[in-house]
Design a protein around this ligand. Structure first.
Ligand SMILES: [Zn+2]
Length: 390
């Protein structure tokens, strides 16, 4: 982990991520260590080493800005020693969806869930923990150290790119919340972001607000005219092309806006987790065994909905890449075709899984099928070219 000193008592720690770094903050002093966020589970050992380097065995407090796996992944690294503080609702979110793959121990769960703001006295300073719900996720916090003149914004403003609203967050609340933060924080506050190393300022927030203020009405108008997402993505003017980075792209931002506008406010039926039975099975079973466990769950009443396609693909890639079990992943990708025969992405993923295990002809066949279902699938075109198919 890289260390970036911010003040005498505050150090930013950053971890390399797949697309962007994950940034943590350490506040040290005579009472001990307070950590804001804990990074990715896969880097928990590096986090422990960084904490030891700061002269501590464990943090006294951990504050999670929100429930994303890259923010809570290292929560369990210090056993039950730290008191973990989060917004209420984070504990529940940490038991759902992709968190299942993290297999976090009980010690990783928040000990203290707050509904409103709170102030801690620690290391002779005030630590203001401020609830910013319903923005990047349904349950976000920012952490302000007024005596040090530093604030950690988590992913309310994660860095200079298009952030999204997930886990019950709302796009239209993001600018509202940014304006509140600008009102709240003293002008010279040093800002620390969730996915960009270094120090920022309130002017960064003002710039992003200006971008959003210009783009939100345009995207909304485009949606009303019935424009496709790709056409909407082209609304971004050239002057902001550098904000449109991979992993924080404008198209994902457009998707979130579209989703929020289509939200009728009707409660959505909860979708049962397919990750849970698959995750439990993979501990002892191979690919066929995992498929069998999923089939059993379906026979027992688990209703498959289109949104499960993403879960299945995510789990299979986790198996293929993180767990290095390509044959087991292939069995699942194949079953994915049975569950979602007309889904282009499932064919694209199966094609890749075949390519990984050296089944070139089958890889080609499924990339072609994916392109048939979605002629805009640029990945399939690229991969087919690599496989020697024009
Ligand atoms: Zn996040």
């Amino acid at each position: 982990m890289e260390r970036h000193p911010i003040t005498d008592h505050i150090v930013q720690l950053s971890q390399e991520g797949q697309l962007m770094p994950a940034c943590l903050t350490a506040f040290t002093g005579e009472d001990g260590l307070l950590l804001v966020d804990t990074g990715m589970a896969a880097q928990a050992d590096a986090l422990k080493a960084a904490v030891a380097e700061l002269g501590f065995a464990a943090p006294t407090y951990i504050v999670n800005t929100h429930a994303h796996p890259g923010n809570v992944g290292g929560n369990g690294a210090f056993g039950d020693v730290p008191v973990i503080i989060a917004h209420h609702g984070v504990r529940q979110q940490m038991g759902e969806d992709s968190h299942v793959l993290l297999d976090l121990p009980d010690d990783a769960m928040p000990d203290l869930e707050i509904e409103a703001d709170m102030t801690l006295r620690f290391n002779g300073e005030r630590v203001q923990i401020i609830a910013i719900p319903g923005s990047h996720t349904a349950h976000d916090l920012i952490v302000h150290f007024p005596d040090s003149g530093v604030a950690c914004l988590g992913d309310i403003y994660p860095g200079r790119f298009f952030t999204t609203a997930v886990y019950g967050g709302k796009m239209e609340n993001l600018p509202v919340m940014l304006r509140e933060i600008i009102e709240l924080l003293p002008e010279d506050t040093k800002l620390l972001y969730g996915h960009q190393a270094g120090v920022g300022s309130l002017d960064d927030l003002r710039e992003m607000l200006a971008i959003w203020d210009e783009m939100i009405p345009q995207v909304k108008a485009g949606i009303a005219e019935g424009k496709e997402r790709q056409e909407l993505a082209e609304l971004l003017p050239e002057k902001w092309a550098d904000v449109n980075i991979p992993g924080g792209g404008f198209i994902a931002w457009v998707f979130c806006l579209q989703r929020d506008l289509q939200d009728t406010g009707e409660p959505q039926p909860a979708r049962a987790s397919i990750l849970r039975p698959m995750f439990a099975a993979q501990k002892t079973e191979n690919g066929d065994g995992i498929v069998a466990a999923l089939k059993t769950a379906i026979n027992d009443g688990l209703a498959i909905v289109p949104a499960h396609e993403t879960d299945l693909i995510q789990f299979s890639y986790w198996l293929q890449r993180a767990q290095e079990r390509p044959e087991d992943a292939l069995a699942l990708f194949k079953y994915g075709i049975e569950l979602f025969p007309d889904a282009w992405n499932t064919h694209d993923s199966l094609a890749e899984a075949y390519a990984v295990v050296g089944e070139k002809d089958l890889a080609i066949a499924h990339y072609k099928k994916s392109l048939e279902l979605n002629p805009d699938n640029a990945n399939a075109t690229t991969e087919l070219a690599k496989l020697g198919v024009e």
